[in-house]
Ligand binder design. Structure first.
Ligand code: FES
Ligand code: FES
Length: 158
């Protein structure tokens, strides 16, 4: 099938590219734009490694086609890292040993950021539930919940 021209905004920058209709958003970000912070794990929408923000909402980059993002705003872990939007979460993950290999970490951070934007001080059960779609093979999750909870409390205090 022939390539399709798309225009979108990625991390605040205008992007115009020609993509195959079958190209997933995560492959487009990684292979065409060189934004390799979003990872590819299961490619079936299960693990959450490919999580990115599409018009402000977390989506699976492996279940979203690049052509569906024509005209959209996409933010990746690179964008929110560079803007400082999640610096407190990143610091808490480091301090609480909430990352080891780091494969799941970009998806965890983006999902945690979305949770905290909608629910300022979630319970530990709510944090677990919200992150249930993001698999981590290393940490056992306890430290991740600790990190997210500590940031929620710190942000609530202002
Ligand atoms: S790679 Fe997309 S959910 Fe696993
Ligand atoms: S830190 Fe390795 S998969 Fe989560």
């Amino acid at each position: 099938m022939s390539a399709v021209d798309i225009q979108l905004t990625v991390n605040g920058e205008a992007v115009a590219e020609s993509v195959e209709p079958r190209t997933t958003l995560v492959d487009f970000l990684r292979e065409t734009l060189g934004l390799t912070g979003s990872h590819v794990g299961c490619e079936h929408g299960v693990c959450g490694a490919c999580t990115v923000l599409l018009d402000g909402t977390v989506v699976r980059g492996c279940l979203t086609l690049a052509i569906q993002c024509d005209g959209a705003q996409v933010e990746t872990i690179e964008g929110v890292s560079d803007s400082g939007a999640i610096s407190d979460l990143q610091e808490a993950f480091r301090r609480r040993n909430a990352l080891q290999c780091g494969f799941c970490t970009p998806g965890m951070l983006l999902t945690a950021q979305e949770l905290l934007a909608h629910n300022g001080t979630p319970s530990r059960d709510t944090i677990r539930e919200y992150l249930a779609g993001n698999y981590c093979r290393c940490t056992g999750y306890q430290a991740i919940v600790d990190a997210v909870e500590s940031v929620a409390q710190a942000r609530a205090k202002g």
